[in-house]
Ligand binder design. Structure first.
Ligand code: G1P
Length: 297
């Protein structure tokens, strides 16, 4: 059965230890790529794909995230008094409507699958999207929109897929798919962080999912998996064996792993270069710093 996807879950309960000391006081999702918090990119992508209900799975210490989505009355009044209409519009575009956003707490760090399961009462009996804000995807047609369009044909469950180098496979959920050059790939299995050399393919799951409500049931029943955590991948694997209705979706676009420092920096450079007001200056700087490094070698 195919239904319109209007709800999205954003797991944002992680402690962000890879970005310490910054994440001592700033939630990782608020850290900025150019001038927008990481999480804003995922929200924009979800909105563009027709999502109207945004569910954040948070944890202690994420207050700044809730404030970010709220109105900022003093700031707005001061911008208005100064006639700064463009900045007011920037604020307006990023403020969420009352009731569009809901927060649930993940009380213990028991894994991504557990985080998603925490949203089960808000999802109810509907298909839903999951967006992992660490995965930032630059694409002409936003990745989730590409998937929503494909899902309109297939129904079932759909997971963003990307080829990774074999030595990187053990960092991802890996899809078991028949060799194919197609975009929509029926999955025969899925394994979370396979031991090196045991991966069924080099096709990795990237943080965009369209899932059926059955996934919540599986999440409630499965035992902890890789790393002792409740894995979303394992619930998806159950759904594959029960119903064979899970597809990998090879998306068009460039993915940045903003859960790592290198990926965050790469995204910062790429997004900076893409900005009309910054691109030229940044490019000049990058060229000169590279020339200096080469000269020093
Ligand atoms: C999570 C998922 C994994 C997926 C990855 C994509 O892993 O568990 O299946 O491939 O996101 O970024 P994590 O990066 O949280 O270890």
């Amino acid at each position: 059965m195919k239904r319109k996807v209007t709800k999205a879950v954003f797991p944002v309960a992680g402690m962000g230890t890879r970005f310490l000391p910054a994440t001592k006081s700033v939630p990782k999702e608020i850290m900025t790529l150019v001038d927008r918090p990481l999480v804003q990119y995922a929200i924009d992508e979800a909105r563009a794909a027709g999502i109207t209900e945004f569910i954040f799975v948070t944890s202690r210490g994420k207050g700044a995230l809730e404030d970010y989505f709220d109105r900022a009355p003093e700031l707005e009044a001061s911008l208005k008094a100064k006639g700064k209409t463009e900045l007011l519009k920037v604020l307006d575009d990023t403020t969420m409507d009352s009731g569009a956003i809901a927060y649930v707490r993940q009380h213990q760090a028991l894994g991504l699958g557990h985080a998603v399961w925490c949203a089960r009462h808000l999802i109810g009996d509907e298909p839903f999207a999951v967006l992992l804000p660490d995965d930032v995807i630059a694409a002409e047609t936003p990745c989730l929109q590409q998937m929503v369009d494909a899902y309109a044909q297939t129904g079932g469950n759909m997971i963003a897929a990307m080829e990774v180098a074999p030595e990187m496979a053990s960092s991802y959920g890996i899809m078991d798919v028949p060799p194919s050059i197609g975009r929509v790939l029926p999955m025969q299995g899925m394994v979370e962080k396979p031991a090196p050399g045991t991966q069924p393919s080099n096709l990795a799951a990237i943080g965009r999912y369209i899932l059926s409500p059955q996934i919540m049931r599986h999440l409630g029943e499965i035992a902890p998996g890789a790393g002792g955590e409740v894995q979303l991948t394992d619930a998806i694997a159950c759904e594959i064996s029960e119903r064979q209705n899970v597809y990998g979706y090879r998306f068009d676009g460039q993915r940045y792993d903003c859960g790592s420092k290198a990926g965050f920096l790469q995204a910062t450079v790429a997004f900076g270069l893409a900005r009309p007001e910054l691109g030229e200056e940044l490019e000049g700087f990058l060229r000169s710093i590279m020339a200096q490094r080469r000269a020093a070698e």
